[in-house]
Design a protein around this ligand. Structure first.
Ligand SMILES: NC(=O)c1ccc[n+]([C@@H]2O[C@H](COP(=O)([O-])OP(=O)(O)OC[C@H]3O[C@@H](n4cnc5c(N)ncnc54)[C@H](OP(=O)(O)O)[C@@H]3O)[C@@H](O)[C@H]2O)c1
Length: 273
């Protein structure tokens, strides 16, 4: 079965889909014929993305909600079911980027990143499972290559993504009898939206410098990989050459440390202003 046949009429909820990778996933899966539930905190970004999807002929609805809060995640799932009558797929994509050495990262910033990147996925998944049981649907977690190894200069971010691996493994077994598919995608360096922001160690939001590097993946390619993982009910996908190189080099601790040290040198000058 191809993606068009698979996605036709399926209801797909994507957290954090007003911008960036989440928006690319919404467009891709919507173009395959899915009904898409868009989510984000900013109503302005949501409205503009909704208009773009509708212009592309995609059947979508928007739920403005902060999924890092229990009531926000509950609202998203309830409004998705009210709007489209069922849920086939939940993609836990929303998240914030955080930058700072451990000693520069304040305890309140740790709280914020864990709430935004870890608890949001837990809350959304928790409220969605009863509906996914009746559709034998899919749960997907959008992690990062930083969720497979503790990245220097991004310790809080890495820490917040790592639990998604354990959650995937637990749910894969616990939900097997309910025929719910659970998968995880480790996304590598991807071309960002021009206005993408990053949180510094003190919790301030700053604009990120445009990425000037080779081997950046386009968000549309990430979206295609996510769409395929769901259709094939695959458990795991690692993206980008750097992601695959990481798997190989991490067998050798000395090389791993050298690579990490060189990353730490590049760690400064991330902000656009
Ligand atoms: N870009 C990369 O290179 C890269 C690499 C590896 C992994 N990832 C992961 O991919 C995912 C998407 O990243 P991105 O680069 O596309 O980020 P982005 O451009 O900053 O977009 C993030 C999206 O999530 C929403 N969002 C953030 N916090 C939210 C919350 N608490 N509740 C609801 N919506 C929320 C944002 O809208 P509002 O701000 O309006 O809420 C926005 O729609 C993240 O999980 C990220 O960690 C990205």
């Amino acid at each position: 079965m191809n993606n068009k046949a698979f996605y036709k009429g399926r209801v797909v909820v994507i957290t954090g889909s007003s911008k960036g990778i989440g928006k690319a996933i919404a467009l891709k899966i919507g173009q395959y014929g899915a009904k898409v539930v868009l989510n984000g905190r900013s109503s302005e970004a949501l409205l503009s993305t909704e208009e773009e999807l509708k212009r592309a002929g995609i059947n979508c609805l928007t739920v403005q909600a902060d999924v890092s809060l229990i009531e926000g995640a509950k609202k998203l799932i309830e409004e998705a079911v009210i709007g489209f009558g069922k849920i086939d797929v939940v993609i836990n994509n929303s998240g914030i980027a955080v930058h700072g050495l451990f000693t520069e990262t304040e305890p309140t910033t740790w709280q914020k990143v864990i709430q935004s990147n870890t608890l949001s996925s837990i809350y959304t998944t928790y409220f969605a499972i009863p509906y996914l049981k009746s559709t034998h649907g899919s749960i997907v977690f959008i992690s990062s290559i930083g969720g497979r190894a503790g990245l220097p200069g991004h310790g809080a971010y890495s820490f917040s993504k790592m639990p998604l691996t354990s959650l995937t493994q637990t749910l894969d077994v616990e939900l097997h009898e309910d025929q719910i598919h659970v998968g995880i995608v480790y996304v590598g360096f991807t071309r960002n939206d021009p206005n993408k922001t990053i949180t510094d160690g003190t919790g301030k939001t700053k604009r990120l410098q445009p990425r000037n590097m080779n081997l950046l993946m386009e968000p549309e390619k990430v979206a295609e990989a996510v769409a395929n993982l769901i259709r094939k009910r695959k458990k795991k996908k690692v993206l980008t050459l750097i992601g695959h190189a990481q798997t190989f080099f991490y067998q050798f601790p000395l090389i791993r440390r050298l690579i990490m040290k060189s990353m730490l040198k590049k760690y400064y000058n991330m902000y656009a202003d």
